[in-house]
Write a protein that binds this ligand. Sequence first.
Ligand SMILES: Cc1cc2nc3c(=O)[nH]c(=O)nc-3n(C[C@H](O)[C@H](O)[C@H](O)COP(=O)(O)OP(=O)(O)OC[C@H]3O[C@@H](n4cnc5c(N)ncnc54)[C@H](O)[C@@H]3O)c2cc1C
Ligand code: SF4
Length: 508
Amino acid sequence: MKKLILILGDQLQEDSSALIDFNADHDEIIMIESSAEAEYVWSHKARIVLFLSAMRHFAEHLNKKGFPLSYYKENKQTIVDVLAQHIKKHSITHLICVEPGEVRLRDALMDLAHELSIHLELRPDTHFYCGTKEFSDWAGDKKELRLEYFYRYMRKKHQVLMQENGEPEGNCWNYDQENRKPYSKKGPGLIVEPLWFEPDSITKDVITYVEKEYEDHPGSLNQFKWPVTRQDALLALDHFIEHRLDHFGTHQDAMWTKTPFGWHSIISSSLNLKLISPKEVVQAALNKWERNPDLLSSIEGFIRQIVGWREFVRGIYYLDMPKMAIDNHYNHQRKLPKWYWTGDTKMACMKDAIDQTLEHGYAHHIQRLMITGNFALLAELVPQEVCAWYLAVYVDAIEWVELPNTAGMALFANGGRFTSKPYVASGAYVKRMSNYCQSCSYKSEVRYGEDACPMTTLYWNFLLKHQSSFEKNPRTKLMVVNLKKIAAEDQVLIAEHAEKILNDLEVV
Ligand SMILES: Cc1cc2nc3c(=O)[nH]c(=O)nc-3n(C[C@H](O)[C@H](O)[C@H](O)COP(=O)(O)OP(=O)(O)OC[C@H]3O[C@@H](n4cnc5c(N)ncnc54)[C@H](O)[C@@H]3O)c2cc1C
Ligand code: SF4
């Protein structure tokens, strides 16, 4: 029986479960470039180039290794339409694919198989530490899921940073106290640049194609130097481990103008395309720790992101879809301001985060969570528009990881299913963690009036509106105590000024 193996753009892994029993005598691989996929959200040009170039490199690799492969290049149709034609033409009866990272595509493949009466085998994604079934068993019927418990379960199960007596290394699960500091007042100092890769001929061809076909799409390709092969991704990982990981933890949450990458690893796109695996990333970090035991806090901070957050949000995505995509806990209905696509705003923090996003297709976690995400929540933006923006503008964006982070973590759209409080902060937080406020038209400490910082006004306004729920939550109670210290007449002026901002978000 001839089997057709569909490899999607984020499944570029030779040892994937879809290829485990591949027989070159009668099986065939299919890969499809689809402009319909690139346009399904208004994708950043760099995101499109990354996917297409990595796919072409992977196809070249498979060809060299003698895998029979049909590659559909620069196709205008949807993946499912091309697949349907191919299946009919070649009388395929058995289709195999690793479970897609997007429920929409999984459902479309299931519908197609049903329509064509073929056998569809959706195989588990062995890239991850934790399978979807294992996660749902762990979650059980818990109403609220918390990273900390899942992270400890994963550390114990996979014996990551564990002592023989069952205690965590250093007798502490979490080194956040030592991590997450701002840069010095003088600035970040000399940061070792991440390792970048000049585009080769395949990438250059894709860049030319994308500049022409996706001319109107957001973002720039001037800085496109992302790893597009497994070899490049491994080199980039190695470089991070050797030269940048030492400082990762300390400045994980720090922000500074014109410092787009800080000490972050910049490996999310390589991980999400499956060029490298989380296990090899964690092993590389553990090897470094063995040589440098004093780096425990930074290494634990890094490992927590991979073994903890990345696996956790994936588990929740499959558990909570499709509800997660439509949840709107606060019933927020305001439209995403147009300047999210241009960076044309007077707020220095938002401008810096959006400008670097458009330039590189990258912003680090705290920029995504506490700048663009925080504003979106405080400004009462409709979650679905905000999620579409995040899915479009980051090179690492794939729905299974983007949606829980945006809807769940940044926007509290699921009412705290896996976060113990809404992540809201005023300009005071931004001032503490960055130098953005120094060059801003607004003043972070001013709560209302022309000079008032919109983050600050909207923060207090948000607390005024949700005072009773914040008061009941031990993690947000203190915020209400501080709110109550503001004189009643000032609270009225804050609410009035906030209304003005909210009614004219385009000019803020
Ligand atoms: C609103 C919002 C949207 C996000 N959208 C995405 C997305 O589309 N794709 C994506 O990969 N990450 C997303 N994240 C998580 C995180 O911001 C990025 O993984 C990280 O910024 C990527 O940069 P890095 O590789 O330098 O990560 P580092 O800060 O160096 O962290 C190391 C790795 O840990 C993993 N990681 C860290 N935090 C998370 C997290 N919260 N969830 C999942 N994995 C995590 C990533 O694989 C990352 O490469 C989002 C976060 C927020 C708040
Ligand atoms: S003053 Fe407010 S808007 Fe300006 S950079 Fe600071 S936090 Fe952002």
